[in-house]
Write a protein that binds this ligand. Structure first.
Ligand code: F3S
Length: 449
C-alpha cells in the first residue's frame, strides 16, 4: 500500500511507538497524518512520529495547530510572546508580574495589550452594553468567529511544539473589580467598621485578606438587623429593596457596589412591575443576584432555572409577561427557554436579554481555546457559579480540563509535553493567582524543551 510505503520510508528504525509501528489512530485510519503526508517527513524534528501525530489521524500536527493558533491571535491584531512586538516592548502586565513574566527564551510574538488597555476595553464594553438594546450584544456574539474570540496572550516554546494561551477575559470582570476596589478604598480611607453584605466575591483568598484588614462579612438578613453602626458595602450581585430599607432604618451607612449591569435589571424589573407586568427571571433561584432582582419587583415573579420549568410554566396572571435573565446565565439555555415559553403562545411577551457581555466573552473565548487545547486549566473558587459554568464549557470541548482553586492545586504532571495549554478563569479570580499559574506553566513547559 502507498501509505505503508511512505511509513517504511520515513519511519526511523527505533520507532517511538513501543509496538514498533505508527500510532494506533493512524494505523486504524489506514493512513498517515496529514502533516506527515504533506511534508513528506516526520514533522517532529526529533525524529519521532508519535509526538508529532496528534490525538487522531487527520488532525493537524501539534506544530501546525500551534501555528494556526498563532495566526488567529496575530490576526486579531496581537503578537505572540517571545517574538518581536511592534514596539519591541513586553506588555505592561508582564513586566509587572511577580516573577518577571515570560522568559526571553520563549519564542516571542506577544500580545501588546497592557493591563490598562484591558481595563479600558472593559469599561468601553460597559457603556456599549448599557447603551445598546438589551439583546444588542447577541448578534455580535453569534457572528463572532472562533478565531475572532482568541485575543489573549500566547506563548510558544522555542521548539514550536508547545504553546500556552491565557485568555484575555480570564479573571475579574468590570463589576467584580469595581466592588473589590470599593472595599479596599473604604479601608484606605480609614472607615471603620466595614461590613460586606455577603462575601464581596467568591474567592477565599480575597475574602480572607479583607477579613485580616478588619472587614466583616454579614451572612444573613438576621445578622444585618442586629448591626447598629458602621458601613455596609453591597457587592456586585446587588440586593433587593428590603436590604436597603434595613440598612437605612438601622442608621447604617451604605456603599453601593452593585454592578451597573445588575442595577439595570433592578430598574427594568421595578419599572415593569409598576406597569403591571408579570416578571420571569431566567436564572438560579438560589443565586443572590436573582434574589436581589426579585426583590425589586412589585408584582408577580417567577424564576425559571431548568428546561422542565420553562415547559411547565403557567402565568400567574393574565398581565403582559416580561423576561429578564441572571447576568451570568448560559446564553444558549436562555434562548432555548425563551423559545419554549414563546411556543406556549402567551399574548404579550417581552424578552430582555440581560446576560452580561463579560460572561459571554469569557465563555466564548474559553470555548474557542478549549476546542484547540490539549489541556485546559480553569482557575477559580469552587463556590463561583460562573467558574463552574466555565469549567463545564471547557470540559465539553477538552476532556483534559482541570479546575484549579489555588496555586497548590496545580498538578504540573497534567501539563502536556506537547501541544496547547489553555488558561481561563472565572470572574472572581484575582489576577495574581492567574499570573502565578500561568508563569509556572510556562516555566514547566520551557524546562522540558
Ligand atoms: Fe457585572 Fe457582568 Fe461582572 S454583570 S459583575 S460585569 S459578570
Amino acid at each position: 500500500m502507498e501509505n505503508e510505503r511512505r511509513i517504511a520510508e520515513h519511519m526511523p528504525d527505533e520507532s517511538c511507538d513501543a509496538a514498533g509501528k505508527i500510532c494506533e489512530s493512524c494505523d486504524e485510519a489506514g493512513k498517515i497524518c496529514d502533516a506527515y503526508d504533506e511534508t513528506g517527513k516526520i514533522c517532529d524534528t526529533a525524529g519521532k512520529i508519535c509526538d508529532a501525530v496528534e490525538k487522531s489521524c487527520g488532525e493537524m500536527c501539534v506544530r501546525e495547530r500551534i501555528e494556526a493558533l498563532r495566526q488567529a491571535v496575530c490576526g486579531n491584531g496581537l503578537s505572540v510572546h517571545g517574538e518581536a512586538s511592534a514596539n519591541g516592548d513586553l506588555p505592561a502586565d508582564q513586566e509587572a508580574s511577580a516573577n518577571g513574566g515570560p522568559s526571553a527564551d520563549w519564542e516571542a510574538p506577544a500580545n501588546g495589550s497592557s493591563l490598562a488597555d484591558r481595563e479600558a476595553s472593559t469599561d468601553s464594553s460597559l457603556s456599549a452594553d448599557q447603551e445598546a438594546p438589551a439583546n444588542g450584544g447577541l448578534s455580535a456574539v453569534a457572528g463572532t468567529s472562533e478565531s475572532g474570540a482568541l485575543k489573549g496572550d500566547l506563548w510558544v516554546s522555542p521548539d514550536g511544539l508547545c504553546a500556552l494561551y491565557q485568555a484575555r477575559s480570564a479573571g475579574f470582570c468590570f463589576g467584580v473589580r469595581r466592588a473589590v476596589d470599593t472595599v479596599y478604598e473604604q479601608i484606605e480611607k480609614g472607615i471603620r467598621p466595614i461590613y460586606t453584605y455577603g462575601p464581596i466575591i467568591h474567592n477565599e483568598v480575597v475574602v480572607r485578606d479583607l477579613e485580616e484588614k478588619g472587614v466583616r462579612v454579614i451572612q444573613s438578613v438576621e445578622e444585618l438587623r442586629r448591626i447598629r453602626s458602621g458601613t455596609v458595602i453591597i457587592r456586585s450581585h446587588g440586593v433587593g429593596r428590603d436590604i436597603y430599607s434595613i440598612i437605612e432604618s438601622n442608621g447604617l451607612r451604605v456603599v453601593d457596589a452593585t454592578c451597573p449591569f445588575v442595577k439595570k435589571i433592578h430598574r427594568i424589573v421595578e419599572q415593569k412591575g409598576k406597569e403591571g407586568a408579570e416578571v420571569i427571571i431566567i436564572g438560579s433561584a438560589s443565586h443572590p443576584e436573582v434574589q436581589g432582582i426579585r426583590g425589586w419587583s412589585t408584582g408577580e415573579v417567577t424564576v425559571i432555572e431548568t428546561e422542565e420549568e420553562a415547559r411547565s410554566f403557567v402565568p400567574r396572571t393574565d398581565k403582559p409577561l416580561c423576561v429578564v435573565s441572571q447576568t451570568t446565565f448560559n446564553l444558549k439555555k436562555f434562548h432555548k427557554f425563551v423559545e419554549i415559553m414563546k411556543g406556549l403562545r402567551y399574548h404579550e411577551f417581552a424578552v430582555l436579554n440581560t446576560i452580561c457581555n463579560a460572561t459571554e466573552e469569557r465563555q466564548t473565548e474559553a470555548r474557542s481555546i478549549a476546542r484547540l487545547a490539549d489541556c485546559m486549566i480553569v482557575i477559580g473558587g469552587k463556590h463561583s457559579s460562573n467558574t463552574q459554568k466555565l469549567y463545564e464549557i471547557c470540559q465539553k470541548e477538552c476532556s483534559n480540563t482541570y479546575f484549579v482553586q489555588a496555586f497548590d492545586d496545580l498538578n504540573l504532571r497534567l501539563v502536556p509535553f506537547r501541544g496547547i495549554v489553555g488558561i481561563s478563569a472565572g470572574a472572581s479570580t484575582p489576577n495574581i493567582l492567574i499570573e502565578e499559574v500561568s508563569n509556572l506553566c510556562r516555566k514547566t513547559i520551557l524546562s522540558r524543551c
